[in-house]
Design a protein around this ligand. Sequence first.
Ligand code: 5GP
Ligand code: ZN
Length: 124
Amino acid sequence: MTATHSHSDLDCIFCKIIAGKIPSKKVYEDEEIYAFHDIHPWAPVHFLMIPKTHIASLAQVGDVHRGLLGRMMTLAPKLALQEGCNPYPQGGFRVLSNTGDEGGQEVQHLHFHVIGGPRPWLKG
Ligand code: 5GP
Ligand code: ZN
């Protein structure tokens, strides 16, 4: 199996987090999704949702990932409330995925930031 086809990347810090080789504060886990607190939060609530399989970014997703992405997007509001975001519409949250260098992506494993809680935030 080549690196391109493996489910985890030995050099990827998020794959190491999924494998438990790097500690993280877990928010949620199932067979295909892992969510954990961002190490540098910029709001009262700031966690990351990642697929357990290594996908470099949103630029690499295809039809085969429709179910996974749908499940991640429907999970986001549930986890946001669970982690302390206030209810919509006065509360709410932000979901974002930095993609590629110009998109501001630093870790090359697809992730969705879920950010919320009372303002002010450090950024955004
Ligand atoms: P990006 O800029 O790629 O969208 O965001 C990567 C995010 O991952 C950053 O917000 C950064 O704080 C977070 N991060 C990077 N390394 C680690 C880590 O080892 N543990 C955790 N929990 N978050 C990390
Ligand atoms: Zn990875």
